[in-house]
Ligand binder design. Structure first.
Ligand SMILES: CNc1ccc(C(=O)O)c(C(=O)O)c1
Length: 462
């Protein structure tokens, strides 16, 4: 297995490639036991002794987070990297002041409306370093009743000899890309963690890193981040165009949608789809079919949380009104195979699927929602690339994980996974279910009063 996880977590017949979902309270044990983790599980994957950790996130409930660490590790140095400003920054400082082992690091956000959205854990042990990249805020509400995604790295051993940015790298350049991403914070506390990363052997990390750093990126920097980084990786390492033709749909699944422009060809079906539709050797493909998974009002109403699930699905009416064309691409949230149709999605995933829904060419788990702020937008006639937010994700490519050209798609009724096609544990049901003509897209700042949710409440936002 890619990770030396204890067998209880890994279902041997179904390699997870380090990809897990969060546990959901109340599900039958089989849906939580194998490829589902909660934060306490993540901290107890190894017997090694934790020395220090760093938590990159958007929202952190410090007292709750501290309780998730095993008691013996609650005094280890903990760096919390956040993007809070003004009032919420002083609230975080106040909460942190109670814990002498906590250092706060404020990521700079110099472009309006940018957020520090990246969700990553760096866990330094006495015998190695583990990296976790995920989609959940460090608050209780994000960890027991939603569908969230987690990538767990192997426990990377220390490098023998002096630390180095160049030794202990992998064919996917994961170590190099992670150090480049972290260097852009330009923060001494993060530079200290770069030394730890340089001192470890990440040569068996078999995923690609796709990050976003706020800024107006020029020249070769344009392809270091956002959708242009994904375009570059797919161009160099992606599937063969003879196999993955432009008839293979691109599925985007996310928990928020930004302002994408009044014409779909400006950004969504323009530069963004051109990047995600890229295959080896060429980038500008003819139109790739686009399928977007975002919950309907009914999906939210029928969720475990009921309408309040919608507070983590911040799609506003003023943005929705400007882009009615999205309706043509929309599919419901449905995850019956994993018993998570009612665990509202806060996970964000993107994948390329074959027209017959049997194969997956690649799979991306990321913090990036469907927005220009997260993925970047070309400006000044393509000479600069503007990103507003910090984002981080990992790209799973079959050639690098199972030396196959494609992954299989898990059957809803799981047959014994035959080994010639190794399926990727896609967190929602394929084929996708389109919106019915009565379905409406979830919008969080308008009333939903046609029917009550499972708690008997309707939705009347302030
Ligand atoms: C404006 N702030 C946020 C917008 C969307 C999301 C999301 O992930 O859907 C998050 C977050 O939960 O990190 C924050």
């Amino acid at each position: 297995t890619q990770n030396n996880l204890t067998p209880k977590v890994m279902k041997e017949s179904h390699p997870s490639f380090g990809f897990y979902l969060t546990k959901v309270k109340g599900l039958a044990p089989e849906y939580n036991q194998h490829s589902a983790l909660d934060l306490k599980d993540i901290f107890s994957l190894t017997k090694a002794k934790l020395k220090a950790s760093a938590q990159f996130n958007y929202m952190t409930d410090i007292p709750w987070l501290m309780k998730q660490y095993p008691a013996e590790y609650r005094s280890c140095p903990l760096l919390i990297v956040h993007g809070e400003q003004r009032g919420s920054k002083s609230a975080l400082e106040k909460a942190a002041s109670v814990f002498p082992n906590i250092t706060l690091c404020n990521a700079k956000l110099e472009i309006m409306y940018g957020t520090h959205h990246t969700k990553m854990m760096l866990l330094l042990y006495d015998s190695g370093l583990r990296i976790v990249i995920h989609t959940a805020n460090l608050i209780e509400n994000d960890w027991f009743q939603k569908t969230q995604g987690i990538w767990i790295s192997p426990l990377f051993p220390s490098l023998l000899g002096e630390q180095s940015a160049h030794r202990g790298n992998s064919a996917t350049n994961f170590k190099g890309d992670l150090l480049e991403y972290l260097s852009f914070y330009n923060r001494p506390d993060i530079d200290e963690w770069c030394k730890h990363i340089k001192g470890h052997d990440l040569s068996n990390s078999s995923v690609f890193l796709i990050g976003s750093i706020p800024g107006r990126h020029l020249a070769e920097r344009k392809t270091s981040f956002g959708h242009l980084k994904l375009r570059k990786v797919l161009n160099l390492h992606g599937p063969e165009k003879s196999l993955v033709t432009s008839s293979w749909p691109l599925i985007g699944q996310f928990s928020s949608i930004g302002s994408l422009g009044t014409d779909q060809n400006q950004w969504l079906c323009g530069e963004w789809l051109a990047s995600l539709g890229t295959v080896k050797g060429c980038s500008l493909t003819s139109k790739t079919p686009l399928q977007l998974v975002f919950p309907t009002v009914n999906n939210v109403r029928e969720s475990l949380e009921g309408y309040p699930a919608g507070t983590s699905l911040p799609y506003s009416i003023n943005v929705a009104k400007k882009q009615p064309y999205l309706r043509n691409f929309l599919y419901q949230w449905k995850s019956d195979r994993l018993s998570r149709s009612h665990a509202s999605p806060h996970i964000k995933t993107y994948l390329r699927v074959s027209p017959d829904n049997s194969s997956v060419a690649w799979f991306l788990l990321t913090s990036a929602n469907l927005s220009k702020a997260a993925w970047g937008v070309l400006e000044k006639n393509g000479s600069q690339f503007m990103i507003r937010s910090y984002e981080l994700g990992v790209l799973f490519m079959p050639q690098y994980l199972v030396s196959r050209k494609v992954f299989g798609v898990p059957e809803v009724k799981e047959r014994k996974a035959n080994m010639e096609t190794i399926s990727f544990p896609v967190p929602y049901d394929i084929p996708l279910i389109p919106y019915s003509n009565k379905d409406e897209i979830w919008i969080w700042d308008i009333p939903h009063i046609k029917a009550p949710d499972r708690h008997g409440n309707k939705w009347c936002p302030p």
